[in-house]
Design a protein around this ligand. Structure first.
Ligand code: ATP
Length: 298
């Protein structure tokens, strides 16, 4: 190793220590050398995430051990980079101010996925934003399916397992009248979160499977599916997104309470329309929900 790398034994030992600290399992044998025996079941660091450049269309990766939120980092990155790549991924190990819709707090405890994907589209319209949110939810559901988790989508931005929230998607778009210039898709997916407080209606992959899951595997799948689904939207095949959304949805046919601009609407979620808006059958007829503060199942 010393002759290949042209560095001293001590320097090699220091690097090995760093790698062990990152979680790699490396055996040291006096007089023989070092051996990478096995990879731990979940290892997330910049070196590992960089592998996504080979499996997805992501061009730039930004990694933070600690941050306020990947959405904040995404905004800063986009503001400070005039020549931003068309597809960038921001990943954090910890967030102190993760957020959901309407600036609600997104609990970011535990070894979960906290990521934002910045995309500079060529062919997205302002009205496609909701479909990109659906694409994010479908991508998460499909990724979780790969490890046997049966997640469902709750309109507009959540993924649930047995009616408990396992993931949420957030979309911020910069657009003018006719097109979206930049879209940031944030997603929090509860993966190896073991001690979920009773009072939250959250769940995690760990809670369902009782074993540690490789976050990188799930992140890789989410990004791959997300890219394919966004392509469908760009190619004017939004009806396919609606079909997939319906396949994995758990909102329709249920009695819901929607709070929207301090107005409460109670009724049966009957469908989504061609724009992705929720249709609710109420005593006063069908109401079309364009935006909501909260959607609760009754
Ligand atoms: P609603 O379901 O009422 O329409 P929402 O799903 O749109 O709301 P978001 O803004 O997407 O809510 O997410 C924030 C909410 O999710 C918080 O108010 C909290 O109830 C819940 N929450 C926060 N952190 C987590 C987490 N890590 N996992 C699951 N749920 C969480």
């Amino acid at each position: 190793m010393c002759s290949i790398t042209q560095i001293s034994r001590i320097a090699i030992w220091q690097h090995i220590k760093k790698l062990q600290k990152l979680g790699y399992i490396i055996e040291a044998k006096r007089g023989v050398g070092y051996k990478l025996t096995q990879n731990p079941p979940d290892l997330l660091n910049l070196y590992e995430i960089e592998k996504l450049k080979h499996t997805t269309a992501v061009e730039n990766i930004f990694f933070f051990e600690n941050t306020t939120s990947t959405m904040d980092e995404a905004k800063k990155i986009s503001e400070n980079n005039k020549n931003l790549a068309h597809k960038s991924l921001i990943v954090a190990l910890n967030q102190t101010q993760g957020r959901g819709r309407k600036n609600r707090h997104w609990l970011s405890f535990g070894e979960n996925i906290y990521a934002s994907y910045i995309y500079l589209p060529k062919n997205l319209m302002p009205q496609d934003g909701l479909f990109v949110m659906f694409a994010g939810c479908i991508a998460i559901v499909l990724a979780l399916k790969q490890i046997g988790i049966d997640a469902k989508i709750k309109w507009p931005n959540d993924c649930l397992v047995s009616d408990k929230k396992i993931a949420g998607v957030l979309v911020d778009a910069k657009s003018d009248i006719s097109s979206i210039d930049e879209i940031i898709i944030g997603f929090g997916v509860n993966i190896n979160w073991a001690d979920i407080p009773e009072e939250t209606n959250a769940t995690s992959v760990y809670e369902v499977t009782k074993k540690t899951t490789d976050r990188l595997f799930i992140l890789d799948k989410i990004v791959q599916y997300l890219e394919a689904l966004i392509k469908l939207i760009e190619n004017k095949r939004k009806s396919n997104i609606i079909k997939l959304w319906r396949l994995y949805d758990t909102t329709l046919s249920r009695k819901v309470e929607i709070i929207s601009d301090s107005k409460k609407i109670i009724g049966k979620a009957s469908d989504i329309d061609e724009y992705g808006f929720l249709l609710v059958e109420t005593q006063n007829g069908i109401q079309r929900i364009i935006t909501s503060d909260s959607v609760r199942f009754l």
